[in-house]
Design a binder for this molecule. Structure first.
Ligand code: HEC
Ligand code: HEC
Length: 297
């Protein structure tokens, strides 16, 4: 039971509560505004790096940001990291991109012709250089050795890093890729990119299962046309889609098999692994000789 006095005190207490809530809620937009305008005022202060830290001492001037900026997030934090092969190419020169028809990289030419003298053998002994297929100095090597001429520098550099790091497994190429320094990878990739690709005319007469898969794919098996990515003539597209035309059939079969089993898993979105799993063995063989013959003419 409430006395009049107790009723009065209760009302006063309620008034304070309501008033406090109104002021508290009313002040919220002000806090929000302050956070927007002066985020630094409320953010924890970043610890300044000790001046003697070796990282700070040896860092290039451009990347030595003031310590007070260290904790601030930037839009670029959310971009994917530049892959190592791309950094290597960029370090080698501004115009690493399209090398076709450019002056061949001299250092790359030396590595291709006689190795780097530090464990990487002459590339030409397995990958050939120019001329008719199979012969000494051929553009199209034979057997399981791929042709590198005219491939984009990006694709070639990426493959060499992928062998090094196990995304592509091969007992011959992995030690060679590891014996090359980053700048040597860039030089040799640029050299091969500057060399003319072999003839790129596909055998398009008649209706073979391989031609159908190449040009239209197979909806029933959710197989996209190979030409969508590898080009109408199988000549490759852009920086990272390799030429298939002119590769030896055995090499192509071996790669489709490596994608199918996943030992080659350097197709970042898994597209080639999925495609290779849906291709039968007979289709893989037929496609391989289709692309190999195209280049041999
Ligand atoms: C002893 C033979 C041999 C030598 C020497 C050699 N390679 Fe290879 N290379 C191979 C074989 C075999 C493959 C295919 C391996 C596979 O199935 O993945 C290959 C694959 C490659 C590929 C992948 C091509 C593609 O289409 O994906 C690149 C790039 C490459 N080699 C670059 C080089 C460079 C650069 C050198 C010289 C520094 C070199 N190779 C020296 C045997 C050799
Ligand atoms: C969605 C795009 C896409 C389609 C469609 C596609 N490929 Fe590929 N393919 C790739 C990419 C990307 C790579 C290279 C991956 C890497 O090594 O970085 C590749 C690599 C390959 C290689 C290895 C080449 C080499 O030099 O080592 C072969 C062989 C190949 N594809 C065959 C095919 C065939 C046959 C088809 C059609 C049945 C096909 N691809 C359809 C994207 C595609």
């Amino acid at each position: 039971m409430n006395t009049p006095n107790e009723g009065e005190a209760g009302r006063r207490r309620a008034t304070w509560w309501v008033g406090g809530l109104v002021i508290g809620i009313g002040a919220f937009p002000l806090y929000a505004l302050l956070f927007q305008v002066w985020p630094d005022l409320f953010a924890p202060k970043p610890q300044p790096r000790p001046a003697s830290a070796p990282a700070a001492a040896s860092a290039p001037a451009a990347s030595a940001a003031p310590a007070s900026e260290a904790a601030v997030r930037r839009a670029t934090d959310f971009l994917p990291k530049e892959p190592a092969w791309s950094q290597a190419l960029r370090a080698a020169g501004k115009d690493a991109g399209d090398q076709a028809g450019k002056e061949p990289d001299k250092r790359g030419a030396t590595i291709a012709a006689s190795g780097n003298g530090a464990g990487a053998m002459a590339c030409v002994s397995c990958h050939a250089t120019g001329g008719s297929p199979g012969a000494a100095g051929a553009a199209v090597p034979a057997g399981a050795f791929p042709s590198l001429v005219g491939m984009p520098a990006e694709y070639l550099a990426k493959q060499l890093f992928d062998y090094r790091e196990g995304r592509r497994v091969d007992p011959v190429m992995a030690p060679i890729a590891r014996a090359l320094k980053d700048d040597e990878v860039a030089a040799v990739a640029r050299y091969y990119a500057s060399q003319p690709a072999p003839s790129l005319t596909l055998a398009e007469d008649g209706q073979s299962p391989a031609l159908t898969l190449h040009a239209t794919g197979d909806n029933g098996r959710a197989l996209p046309a190979c030409a969508n990515c590898h080009g109408v003539e199988g000549e490759g597209q852009g920086f990272l889609l390799p030429r298939l035309t002119g590769q030896p059939a055995d090499y192509l079969v071996k790669q489709l098999d490596a994608f199918r089993t996943g030992s080659r898993h350097n197709d970042d979105d898994g597209a080639m692994r999925g495609i290779a799993q849906r291709l039968g063995e007979a289709d893989a063989r037929a496609l391989a000789s289709f692309y190999a013959q195209g280049g041999a003419r």
